[in-house]
Design a protein around this ligand. Sequence first.
Ligand code: SF4
Ligand code: SF4
Ligand code: SF4
Length: 319
Amino acid sequence: MGKPKVAIYWAASCGGCDIAILDIAEKILDLSAAVDIIFWPVAMDVKYKDVEAMEDGEIDLCLFNGSVRTTENEHLAKLLRQKSKVLVAYGSCAHEGCIPGMANQYDKEQMCAYVYENSPAVDNPDKVRPQTTHKVKEGVLTLPALYDTVKSLQQVVKVDYFVPGCPPTDERTWEVLTAVLEGTLPAAGSVVGAGTTALCEDCPRERKEKKVKRFYRPHEIVTDPDVCLLDQGVICCGVVTRTGCGAQCPSVNMPCRGCYGPPEGVTDQGAKLIAVLGSIIDSTDPEEIERVCATVVDPLGTGYRFGLANSILRRSKLR
Ligand code: SF4
Ligand code: SF4
Ligand code: SF4
């Protein structure tokens, strides 16, 4: 029997998840000794037609990063699903939509109007926009079409495992690869490479669940390094985020932004964060509560930075 065949693909992503796989450093040599990487567009000269020519289920493991926002992303999601025995949503974009999913506050027209016409950095008097087809003397050039709504991978195809994180840490990535190679993966549909409880459990700061008179952005306050950021009024999503990264951000004086997604028992990370923030406001006076709430800058971006596409909101209502 030959070595297991592995595919790695990026859809709508920043590229960070591909780099996260390289972050396993010299273990990449162990990986390449144990498996045949047969498709990895960022690192190899491969073509989509190579995948199309494969037998169904020929790929043993596909790590798919990035969300789905174009016809090309959707085609590859469906193609790699068909050709893979095990399809893994690797990283927050594939898992929950992540930063690309923040585009679900707008539709395609609103985004293109800003990006190609109205952004202060753009000089485009003829209002030229990318087209899906363009004729040149050599033939017709094509570009993928952009969808109105960004989707997570599981909103397009069946996903076998989810590896959270923006990006997943190298230790967790290696754990997952080892589990695949040793055949010790849990039941299909599971989140792997992460814990189930809230990140506060791994955080070195002491949390006393104090009430606060206002909320701060990190640059607005010098915090005590030993005390919970939320207790000091800095919005930290650790209370509504699953363990897995080792509480990297609060350990270096930055609040958790929530990239590992919600812990077990929390359906909607943003809604849960709003409930937590509401519960720690130190006032019963409606006007003062309004003032405290107004110190939460960008509530949607704070609570749904990573999970809007997968959330109960899925996209915000277009006005
Ligand atoms: S999960 Fe984060 S690091 Fe990975 S592709 Fe998406 S934005 Fe980039
Ligand atoms: S700083 Fe954040 S992660 Fe740490 S205990 Fe407070 S809320 Fe939890
Ligand atoms: S602390 Fe939060 S934002 Fe930072 S890496 Fe961990 S889960 Fe992601």
